[in-house]
Write a protein that binds this ligand. Structure first.
Ligand code: NOJ
Length: 517
């Protein structure tokens, strides 16, 4: 295995910094707040946290529009606070992974301000610019920003100009090849950013839009070459640190040098067929999938998920891992239109699959997607998944003492909280905690354990194997009870709604079973 060994029993916790815990009472979550909650992270059994962007930003895309890559945004604290957080995390055996927005910056970034000048300077080619303000190439060009005659290319929103790593195939005079010295200089700067935070204790990076850096590169050859170079140089200095791609195409991301790639909303259909919500909801159609497998309605099929998943799994498992997260800040929460039992079955699956699991903050208590929220900092319909963590029933659910929190917390009477679930043995929180503990105790359930499908449909049954141990997992997310023949049960590790007589097993509606042979 090429990826760092510590990933084998890793469970990531994705902390959205502005919404986690506000230590200084200004209404916005901060690094001191995250440090104050490290004991909770340890208690749950998570082994690593990934923080969404924490650098100085214009916050037109919630921090994914960075102005200064070397400094913590004042609203989150200081670079010293980051070093303190990593030191405290290290004491508790927790890794800290940062978000690296490699493909673009904000418009206010000093590099871009220089680049936008008509006079030639060191940053003229730091971004992708055409050479006439009237160009329309490819539709991603933004014209008229400054007196520089040309358009800059946006990488996502208009306020996120694309950094210039070059074009794999040059088709216009203004396009630079990947090996142009100015494009190589962009790579070097990125590497410096990575070094800077690693020195302050970062254990690696989740790379935003990792596939977006090289332009005119349909076969992916250019981007794979670029990441092999950057990651190769980084790992020569920090061999034990992790690189996680937001690529959603493990077959490309792992050969590019990443240790983990997410299987989520973009690119592949696989995640959609498992989890997304019903058609006709108010959230945009991109994520809609009325027949998703993990629903009581029982209309989905893992056969839509498996071929694609297995193709990526087999192609990458020797070198790296797939991560199927419980959710993230870009998509509706797992709890959207799912009740607690459905969430328990879904998490039983998510925490027993191969690769590296990741829990989005609040998903362990079933925090809801809040529909109809006004957009905050470029969140639009994503805002409802970014509301503050609900710790208890005090003001702002214990997130902040401020009268003006970053976003309101869940207004409903029965909003889930950590305090309410902590001492309830049947809570979702304790279920997730038990699953994490199980995973860390049984090598078969860890990232590298083998994976073999036993039965598709409802229930979905699979085998995980490592060393001399085999663990079988059966999930029935549907409302229809099922009776199935399973490999003989040795020791039951975790179950709900299951009765067994010999090798005949009856699974109630929305039930799961995890056992040893
Ligand atoms: C993916 C991030 O997850 C998303 O929140 C952001 O808006 C885009 N990349 C652009 O950086």
């Amino acid at each position: 295995m090429r990826a760092p060994q510590w990933l084998n029993d890793a469970v990531f916790y994705n902390v959205y910094p502005q919404s986690f815990y506000d230590a200084n009472g200004d209404g916005i979550g901060d690094l001191k707040g995250i440090a104050a909650k490290l004991d909770y992270v340890v208690e749950m059994g998570y082994t690593a946290i990934w923080l969404n962007p924490i650098f100085v930003s214009s916050f037109r895309d919630a921090g994914y529009d960075i102005t200064d890559f070397y400094t913590v945004a004042p609203r989150y604290g200081t670079n010293e606070d980051f070093a303190y957080l990593t030191a405290e995390a290290k004491k508790r055996g927790i890794k800290v992974v940062l978000d690296l927005v490699a493909g673009h910056t904000s418009l206010e970034c000093a590099w871009f301000q220089q680049s936008a000048k008509p006079e030639k300077n060191r940053y003229t080619n730091r971004y992708v610019w055409s050479n006439s303000v009237w160009d329309t190439w490819g539709g991603n060009l933004i014209s008229g920003y400054s007196d520089r005659d040309g358009c800059y290319m946006k990488n996502f929103f208009y306020c996120q100009p694309a950094l210039n790593y070059g074009f794999k195939t040059v088709t216009e005079p203004w396009q630079l090849p990947m090996d142009h010295p100015d494009c190589l200089a962009t790579r070097d700067e990125l590497l410096n950013v990575m070094r800077h935070w690693s020195k302050l204790g970062a254990d690696g990076f989740r790379v935003d839009l990792a596939s977006s850096l090289v332009k005119n590169d349909p076969t992916g050859e250019g981007i794979i070459e670029l990441w092999n170079d950057i990651i190769g140089r980084y790992k020569a200095e920090y061999p034990d640190n992790v690189l996680i791609a937001e690529w959603c195409n493990p077959k490309r991301a792992i050969p590019a040098g990443f240790d983990i790639d997410f299987l989520i909303h973009s690119g592949l259909k696989a995640y959609t067929t498992l989890f997304r919500y019903e058609a006709g909801t108010s959230v945009n159609d991109e994520f809609n999938h009325g027949d998703s497998y993990f629903r009581r309605a029982g209309k989905g099929s893992v056969d839509e998920f498996l071929p694609e998943y297995l193709e990526h799994y087999h192609a990458t498992r020797k070198d790296g891992f797939i991560s199927i997260p419980t959710g993230n800040h870009d998509i509706p929460r797992l709890a959207f239109r799912r009740d607690e039992s459905e969430l328990k079955v879904a998490t039983a699956f998510l925490l027993t699959m191969p690769g590296v699991p990741l829990v989005y903050y609040g998903d362990e208590i079933g925090m809801r997607y809040i529909e109809g929220m006004s957009s905050k900092e470029g969140g639009f319909n994503r805002t409802g998944s970014r509301t503050p963590m609900q710790w208890d029933d005090s003001k702002n659910h214990g997130f902040s003492l401020s009268d003006t929190p970053y976003l309101p917390t869940d207004p409903s009477d029965n909003a889930p909280t950590v305090a309410a679930q902590k001492d309830d043995p049947h809570s979702l929180l304790n279920h997730v905690k038990a699953l994490i503990a199980l995973r860390k105790k049984h090598p078969a359930l860890m990232a590298q354990g083998d994976f073999e499908v036993i039965a598709t449909g409802y229930p979905f049954v699979y085998k995980r194997t490592a060393e001399d141990e085999t663990v079988v997992v059966a999930v029935n997310p549907s409302d229809t009870p099922r009776t199935v023949t399973l490999p003989p049960i040795g020791e039951v590790l975790l179950q709900s709604g299951v009765t067994a007589s010999g090798d005949t097993v009856t699974m109630d509606a929305v039930s799961y079973l995890i056992y040893n042979l």
